[in-house]
Design a protein around this ligand. Structure first.
Ligand code: LFR
Length: 483
């Protein structure tokens, strides 16, 4: 195993921010340096919402060049990997040109299709049995169905569909491939195989020719193209490795989990993703009712999880308050104020679709409380308390469903992501779930992204080995349940 330091770069794009991180692997330790961080958001144009892909690409290149400038003289970045949020995609022609605007998954164009599928019990069951993915507004299936229905000429214009991490890999390396973990977020992959589900493609009327057979994570896509590496000597010959393209898959890979399978995972950011790893999917009517999503790991196994609405609730609510916290100290004061408040009498129904993309999150929360005859909080701390307790309850409900349907018993919840820094949320989760929460100060997605590269470069034997090394170096904080 390599003993001189190895430099690897992770491009990790989230819905509200993106970053380029330089990882240094030396003597079985990973150190991280955040090289470039930038905001991200979708923008409305007319009635729809779109990602600003050219700006994202500009930021990716800027970050990689800065990373190259920071490795010691004469050294180079061995590889780069890209992970992005799930479901969103590009449509390209044979020359690799975009032929359709890149919609954001929160755009409401899928609402009609969502309702249609929800109202057709037999089709809903069939699609779940075929793909293991429940009917959720952001699914690529519903998005592509809407694209073809609203713009039929697209079937002549587009020749292939790539998911966002695949597209950035393509811009970096010139090779267009679809990576398996991100492909599994589409509701179009065969839950029992590693290829597309023809019944699902037919149901949503998606041209099968748009989608090539997915590759497994760890595949090398060649080296960074000339135009990208120009002027940055540390990027000459840098390999582009298809890591698990789905950020959640990367975040789960970074969990320093106990090998006996008794840990439940929670990646807590804009979304709360509660789940575990398994050799088989969790299917059937009850799993569908519990919205269990059988996403896939980079190596083809399963990651049954439930997507609880997450800190999106708080991010949205903060926009409605002028006096929002701006630094760690102000955050700590706000959390302390929220902790002192009495527990809310009624928790939010976190599955309410009215919370998925409202114009004002505060108004949407107040509206739900009013409908359920509860009083709205008066100040920001009250919302923080309500949101953290409600998410804690949502996390606990997901745990209970997994234990019942998968016959597992979880002993701890491992938490990574921004939410792991929020002690109120960690404690609320431990209290509601009745088991300890172990919170790690870890950029989960970026670390999982780097892990896959290190394994592909043969600097680390496998994921279990990586997790063991990582666990030994990480600081953790345990929240014991108080009731
Ligand atoms: C998290 C995430 C979730 C996915 C959601 C929408 O960033 O990737 O896993 O369900 O975004 O794609």
């Amino acid at each position: 195993m390599a003993s001189s330091p190895l430099y690897v770069a992770a491009v990790d794009l989230g819905a509200t921010s993106g970053r380029v991180i330089l990882g240094t692997w030396s003597r079985n330790r990973l150190s991280l340096k955040e090289i470039h961080r930038f905001g991200n958001r979708f923008l409305a144009l007319g009635k729809h919402e779109y990602w600003d892909v050219p700006t994202l690409w500009h930021e990716v290149r800027t970050g990689l060049r800065e990373a190259a400038a920071q490795v010691p003289r004469g050294k180079r970045i061995a590889s780069v990997g890209v992970d992005v949020w799930g479901c969103d995609h590009v449509l390209l022609n044979d020359a690799g040109r975009l032929v359709f605007p890149v919609h954001a998954y929160r755009d409401n164009r899928t609402q009609a299709g969502l309702r249609r599928l929800a109202g057709t019990r037999a089709a809903l069951d069939r699609i779940y049995a075929a793909t293991g993915i429940p009917n959720v507004f952001y699914n690529t299936s519903l998005q592509l169905e809407e694209t073809v229905a609203s713009c039929p000429a697209i079937t002549d214009l587009a020749t292939r569909c790539l998911f966002l991490p695949d597209y950035f890999n393509y811009l970096l390396s010139g090779r267009a491939e679809v990576e398996f973990s991100v492909a599994s977020t589409t509701q179009l992959i065969d839950v029992h195989g590693v290829d597309w589900s023809l019944p699902a493609l037919n149901h949503f009327r998606i041209p099968p020719g748009w989608l090539s057979k997915p590759i497994l994570a760890g595949t090398s896509l060649g080296t960074v193209q000339k135009g990208v590496a120009e002027g940055a000597s540390a990027l000459q010959g840098t390999r582009v490795i298809a890591v698990p393209g789905h950020d959640t898959s990367c975040a789960y890979d970074a969990m320093p989990a106990s090998p006996d399978g008794t840990d439940l995972y929670l990646s807590s950011g804009t979304w709360s993703l509660v789940g575990f790893e398994s050799d088989r999917p969790v299917l059937g009517a009850e799993a569908l009712a519990a919205r269990i999503s059988n996403e896939r790991t980079g190596d083809g196994r399963y990651r049954p999880l439930t997507n609880v609405i997450g800190l999106w609730l708080l991010e949205g609510t903060l926009r409605d308050f002028a006096a929002r916290p701006k630094n760690a100290r102000e955050w700590s004061t706000l959390i302390a104020a929220a902790e002192k408040l009495p527990a809310p009498k009624l928790l939010l129904d976190v599955t309410d679709p009215a919370l998925s993309n409202p114009t004002s999150m505060r108004a949407a929360i107040d509206g739900q409380l009013k409908r359920r005859r509860a009083r709205a909080p008066r100040e920001l701390a009250g919302y923080v308390r309500l949101i953290c307790d409600s998410l804690g309850q949502g996390h606990a409900a997901a745990k209970a469903a997994f234990e019942r349907l998968a016959g597992r018993q979880f002993k701890r919840i491992l938490m990574v992501g921004g939410g792991a820094k929020n002690r109120l949320l960690c404690q609320a989760t431990a209290d509601a779930a009745g088991i300890p929460v172990v919170a790690f100060d870890l950029e989960g997605s970026a670390v999982g992204n780097l892990a896959c590269q290190l394994i592909a470069l043969r600097a680390v034997r496998d994921l279990a080995t990586f997790r063991r090394h990582l666990g030994a170096q990480l600081e953790q904080r345990t929240y014991a349940p108080r009731r």
